[in-house]
Ligand binder design. Structure first.
Ligand SMILES: N[C@@H](CCC(=O)N[C@@H](CS)C(=O)NCC(=O)O)C(=O)O
Length: 216
């Protein structure tokens, strides 16, 4: 069995790196330099036509999209370790939060990143940003993205008022969502208004696999 992990430092791949660290699964890491265009090289595009990281290749099966990777690694390695729910209602909740974190929170965070001047981006490697249209850098776009991020953070904050972790006990869902919230922190989003998120970040920091990803 082989597991390859294509990554770049300070990128979405850090979410996968945290999931792998939490699981303790051995893998071969292949580091790409986004600014040098390595994610757009033909040999990498043959593996991931999106030209983005993360990608994993497990026994020859290619999986991209950090959320799909978290769910796959959770199913494959996490259930036995009590880090991911077995098939059933709890699994459904896990998928809900992971997909939401990428498709809704991550989408808004991506627009925020696009709207911020690149030097405020916290050094996160989001690529050439050739996907950013000029109007996405406007003050109006920044305002709208900030509002949408705030709405998402309220949803997360309310969920964490009810329980210590997103599924009750700590799981790979927290590992994954934690990375996205950390990215927002690096972009300068003020998290102090969200007390339950703050308390959750502190609880997450007790996990050795996450402590090294904590910012500020
Ligand atoms: N939806 C994707 C996003 C991946 C993504 O945007 N990766 C960026 C780094 S944060 C990337 O690889 N950019 C490389 C490039 O644009 O060439 C996921 O969650 O995996």
């Amino acid at each position: 069995v082989t597991l390859k992990f294509y990554f770049a430092p300070m990128s979405t791949a850090s979410l996968t790196e945290a999931v792998l660290a939490e699981l303790g699964v051995p893998y071969e890491g292949i580091q790409l330099d986004i600014s040098a265009g390595e994610t757009r090289r033909p040999d990498y595009l043959a593996i991931n036509p999106n030209g983005r990281v993360p990608t994993i290749v497990h026994d020859g099966t290619v999986i991209w999209e950090s959320g799909a990777i978290a769910m796959y690694l959770g199913e494959t390695f996490g259930v036995a370790q009590g880090l991911y729910p077995a098939a059933g209602p709890k699994r459904g909740e896990a998928m809900k939060w992971i997909v939401w974190s990428v498709a809704t929170l991550g989408e808004a965070a991506g627009r925020l990143s696009a709207a911020l001047p690149s030097d405020v981006e916290g050094g996160v490697q989001s690529g050439s940003q050739d996907w950013v249209a000029p109007e996405q850098r406007s003050a109006a776009a920044l305002e709208k993205a900030s509002q949408d991020v705030a709405a998402c953070l309220s949803i997360l904050n309310n969920a964490l008022a009810e329980q210590k972790f997103l599924l009750g006990d700590y799981s790979l869902v927290d590992t994954h969502v934690h990375g996205l919230v950390g990215w927002l922190g690096m972009m300068g989003t003020n998290l102090s208004a969200y007390a339950h998120i703050g308390a959750w970040l502190s609880r997450c920091a007790a996990r050795p696999a996450l402590a090294r990803f904590m910012q500020g």
